[in-house]
Design a protein. Structure first.
Length: 381
């Protein structure tokens, strides 16, 4: 439930449901940036990508606009895109697995073709791409998170139980040589968003992803929001441009975030995030800027999620690449930020890793589980 089943549309059409995104400097090839987009939660062995959907990454240079209590990024209008589209699957002439071809096109002009589930992927100068079935890297005790919201106290235990354990998903892995595609002087900070968008003369954004657990933990629960208690706002949120939120529903997003963030802050029986005017939570604006920030001048790290944002809030310089690696225990990091702002013990959900860890070589994500458990559906509502 990083972003699994993140709204009515995602539940209705899992092939467009973004479950997760990972952004990290390549541990295998310094100077390269890895972008991973996962879709289709609990994907079966025959799952394939939609030929009617553009699976894409949007990457923008960014800088630090302000630090401390009012932390913010200044995102450039300049944008690099990586658009992955897939052909209609075809039956092989002599039996065997159905074959699906794909193409990833960069806004810088490079284009690479590949076959789904080919671990070598496809590559051209500066760009390498894999797409296919992989083990879902995400781990989190979502059941205990729901119980915590209902009981109004932390209900996590050790060990916890991740419903994503041994589940598969469809993954797209794009590895970019930074100097070749962005230029030698690019960066070092980039903001990244993943999207699924319809293909055609009139396009529509179906899903978007910036940070994990935003739509489940921060936006999912309705009962605490006195302004929009009967409204599931996640599909509306998914349609927004992450780099430029529209004014129509901005008040609704703020009200939901203010209510739910304040709830999580109170679960340890103390206030670490005092609310401001109009019950504004100090994290709301930072999290509404819902994109993943990575510093490509720093080396790969497995535990760097939100380190750039946390350094901003403390008015200090960040020390790691930020972004997010597949093995990073982001749930503990995020829960600790929400509950005690780092002013107390680390909050743990009791789950520290997926059954099989991701590797440090392309395509990074572990191969799919041969006998996954039955399909699961869990969402904070």
């Amino acid at each position: 439930m990083a972003d699994h089943n993140s709204g009515p549309r995602a539940l209705a059409d899992p092939v467009v449901d973004i479950t997760d995104m990972y952004v990290f400097p390549s541990p295998e090839r310094p100077g390269s940036l890895v972008l991973v987009l996962d879709v289709f939660p609990s994907a079966g062995s025959t799952a394939l990508f939609s030929d009617a959907v553009d699976y894409r990454f949007r990457v923008r240079p960014t800088s630090i606009a302000s630090q401390g209590a009012i932390s913010a990024f200044a995102v450039s209008e300049q944008e690099y895109t990586f658009s992955c589209r897939f052909a209609v699957p075809v039956d092989p002439e002599r039996g065997g697995q159905i074959v699906q071809e794909g193409t990833c096109t960069a806004s810088t002009g490079q284009s690479v073709s590949f076959r789904v589930n080919d671990e070598e992927g496809g590559k051209v100068r500066g760009l390498r791409v894999f797409a296919g079935l992989r083990l879902d890297p995400f781990f989190f005790d979502g059941v205990r998170a729901v119980q915590s919201m209902m009981a109004r106290k932390l209900m996590f235990v050790n060990p916890g139980d991740s419903r994503q354990n041994l589940q598969n998903c469809l993954s797209i892995v794009v590895e970019v040589d930074i100097a070749t595609l962005f230029g030698a002087d690019a960066g070092p900070l980039f903001a990244v968003v993943g999207e699924t968008v319809t293909i055609g003369s009139i396009t529509a954004r179906l899903e978007r992803f910036g940070r994990p657990l935003i739509k489940s933990v921060v936006l999912g629960a309705k009962h605490l929001d006195t302004v929009n208690r009967d409204l599931d706002i996640r599909d509306l949120y998914n349609q927004e441009d992450a780099f430029k939120l529209g004014p129509t529903y901005l008040g609704a997003y703020r009200a939901r975030m203010n209510a739910n963030l304040s709830f999580w802050d109170r679960l340890d029986q103390k206030i670490d995030w005092p609310q401001g005017a109009d019950n504004a939570h100090p994290l709301t604006d930072l999290l509404l800027a819902d994109f993943m920030v990575v510093d490509v001048s720093k080396p790969f790290a497995e535990d760097s999620y939100l380190e750039i944002e946390r350094a901003l809030l403390k008015d200090t310089s960040h020390e790691t690449c930020g972004g997010r690696s597949p093995n990073d225990d982001i749930a503990d990091t995020f829960l600790t930020l929400l509950v005690n702002a780092g002013n107390g013990p680390r909050i743990s959900d009791g789950v520290d890793q997926q059954a099989v860890k991701a590797s440090h070589v392309f395509p990074y994500l572990a191969p799919p589980e041969a006998n996954p458990p039955g399909k699961i559906e869990l969402s904070l509502k």
